[in-house]
Design a protein around this ligand. Structure first.
Ligand SMILES: [Zn+2]
Length: 127
């Protein structure tokens, strides 16, 4: 008897460089180039080029801001349709901190609570 098979659709995760990450990278590169150009202008021209150097810094900062905003819009659009996105959306977010189960203070040590002095026991990751 001949061995037969049928094609079965199967999902797999394909990862590539996210455009929002490239925009963040471009924003940093533009900002650094702006600072380097302003320092170069100040070095070559001297204090006379201070105005031009300030405009270069301002321009690179505004370009950085636009690129970061574009990256943020892409992240928000991806999040709105439940797609994965690279990076973090700015603004407030929920962070997890370890607190003492005895007094509720935020823990700064792995050994004991700074507030009530209770010795900390290891938490089983399965729990
Ligand atoms: Zn405590």
């Amino acid at each position: 008897m001949e061995l037969t098979a049928t094609p079965v659709p199967e999902s797999r995760r394909v990862t590539s460089t996210a455009i929002e990450s490239l925009l963040d990278l471009a924003a940093i590169v533009i900002l650094c180039l702006g600072f380097a150009a302003s320092i170069t202008v100040l070095t070559w021209v001297g204090i006379v080029g201070l105005g031009m150097a300030c405009w270069l810094i301002l321009g690179s900062f505004l370009n950085w801001l636009v690129f970061r905003a574009l990256a943020e819009v892409i992240r928000l659009l991806k999040r709105s349709v439940d797609l994965d996105y690279a990076g973090r959306i700015s603004g407030s977010y929920v962070d997890t901190v370890m607190t003492c189960s005895n007094c509720g203070a935020i823990l700064r040590s792995d050994v004991c609570c700074d507030s009530c002095g209770a010795r900390l026991t290891k938490v089983d990751p399965k729990d």
